[in-house]
Design a binder for this molecule. Structure first.
Ligand code: DC
Length: 224
């Protein structure tokens, strides 16, 4: 049986950095499901389709093939065979990802792929609906949050490090838009699973958060 850990929470809470580190400590595969929604968002933007136009996005969905590759350096994501791992991190693609994620047909396509991956291997999967919808039987479910200003600050630093030209206000506004969109949608919205463990990382350092979640994971996995 494969073991699964779900980490959900809003944008900028540190899910991917933490999930990647915990996966390395436990020898699990890290799966970033946000990257899949970003790849669909990028596919729409490239074809000149408004990411909020559900009919338009659905009309190209069958033409989008999304595949993942796990390397030493982490997960790479391919859209129709092209490595788009860097391009999907652009701020405009964050908003497009959040918009296409509202569309049930998009979610159903990606959730199928996510469940297949989780069945094959021991995985730590991060996203918005992993504990509530994708992997309801995960051995551990974490809901990771942080104060919105702290999240925007962290996201800003990440983007500036990548050479993206942006400001705190721009990042903060995009984040609030996504929080509202991701939590307010009808199908599989962002919310804590009833059996999730809440972790607020606002006043924790990255290594404290990683250690805390690794301990929770070891305790949960010992029971299985
Ligand atoms: O984790 P991220 O910021 O890269 O995700 C990009 C967007 O994708 C996010 O705003 C909402 C959507 N998403 C989702 O709806 N469900 C997931 N499991 C993961 C991401």
């Amino acid at each position: 049986m494969s073991l699964n850990i779900a980490i959900d929470g809003p944008a900028g809470a540190g899910k991917s950095t933490i999930a990647k580190a915990v996966a390395a400590k436990l020898g699990f595969i890290y799966i970033d499901t946000g990257a899949m929604y970003r790849a669909v968002g990028l596919g729409a933007v490239r074809r000149g389709i408004d990411s909020s136009d559900a009919e338009g996005v659905i009309s190209i969905l069958d033409d989008l093939t999304i595949t993942l590759k796990h390397t030493e350096a982490g997960q790479l994501i391919f859209l129709n065979g092209e490595d788009v791992s860097a391009e999907i991190r652009m701020p405009e693609i964050s908003v497009a990802a959040s918009n296409v994620a509202v569309i049930p047909a998009v979610r159903l396509k990606l959730v199928e792929l996510q469940r297949e991956l989780a069945q094959k291997d021991h995985v730590i999967m991060d996203g918005r609906d992993i504990g509530t919808y994708v992997l309801p039987n995960a051995q551990l479910k974490i809901f990771l949050t942080a104060d919105p200003k702290a999240r925007a600050e962290r996201r800003l630093l990440e983007l500036l490090e990548k050479g993206v030209n942006t400001t705190f206000d721009e990042v903060y506004e995009d984040m609030l838009y996504r929080d509202k969109n991701d939590s307010g949608r009808e199908f599989a919205p962002l919310k804590p699973a009833e059996d999730s463990v809440m972790v607020d990382s606002t006043s924790m350092t990255l290594s404290e958060t990683i250690d805390h979640i690794t301990t929770l994971a070891r305790q949960a996995l010992e029971k299985n």
